[in-house]
Ligand binder design. Structure first.
Ligand SMILES: Nc1nc2c(ncn2[C@@H]2O[C@H](COP(=O)(O)OP(=O)(O)OP(=O)(O)O)[C@@H](O)[C@H]2O)c(=O)[nH]1
Ligand SMILES: [Zn+2]
Length: 205
């Protein structure tokens, strides 16, 4: 069987001052499709330390354009704040817009949602599975950053499983229930009911 990690390469790193604190940005490329991904690290750790990490999937609308249709922007901000409060940690920012279908397809899915489809039905109507993300580059990123044991900030059990399957020791999961708005309650409910997210639905009432 071919090694699934051979197409991932570390390219360069640099200091990145942010509103939250002084991070380092590490650039990676997937040479199989020229997709560029980044990791942001904060502070220092020893090889056996449990490092808080967030695997964040790109959401241009939520992360950069202030959309409250989803919870992504809130989660991104909270993750960086958590990392700084903890004294060290890592954000893996994966360019898997729209759960892997890309920005323009996500806008098509949003258009269907305007007509009444939920987030899963909209993907399926466009001919995609509900979630086509791949997390394998995380292994290369974490190896490069010398992270072996993690506390994962997520509500998504698929991310926990993906990391464990790659040999990363997921010591704990930290829920990240943040950013509930009237505009995204329905979306979060669908994520919980159809995509297996361990979201506390009491928050959605
Ligand atoms: N196709 C599609 N993608 C969406 C939609 N809303 C958000 N996304 C994308 O979903 C991804 C974020 O996934 P989420 O399901 O919100 O959360 P998660 O990453 O699985 O889980 P957490 O770690 O708990 O945040 C980003 O890539 C967003 O662009 C939608 O309605 N349709
Ligand atoms: Zn989003």
């Amino acid at each position: 069987m071919s090694n699934p990690y051979t197409s991932f390469e570390f390219v360069s790193r640099a200091k990145l001052p942010t509103r939250f604190g002084q991070f380092v940005i590490h650039g990676f490329v997937d040479t199989s499709n020229n997709q560029e991904h980044v990791a942001l690290s904060y502070g220092e750790w020893a090889e056996d330390d449990v490092v808080p990490i967030r695997i964040h999937s790109e959401c241009l609308t939520g992360d950069a354009l202030f959309s409250i249709k989803c919870d992504c922007g809130f989660q991104l901000e909270r993750a960086l704040q958590n990392i700084v409060a903890n004294g060290c940690g890592v954000l893996l920012y994966l360019r898997q817009e729209g759960r892997g279908i890309g920005l323009l397809n996500k806008i098509k899915a949003y258009s269907l949602q305007d007509e009444g489809y939920d987030t899963v039905e909209a993907n399926e109507h466009l001919g995609f599975d509900a979630d086509i993300r791949d997390y394998s580059i995380c292994k290369t990123m974490l190896d490069t950053l010398n992270v072996k044991r993690v506390e994962l900030m997520t509500n998504n059990p698929k991310k926990v499983k993906a990391l464990k399957d790659m040999g990363i020791d997921v010591v704990r999961r930290m829920p990240i229930d943040h950013g509930i708005t009237d505009a995204n309650k329905g979306y979060l409910k669908t994520k919980t009911e159809k995509l297996g997210h361990t979201f506390n639905t009491d928050h959605l009432k």
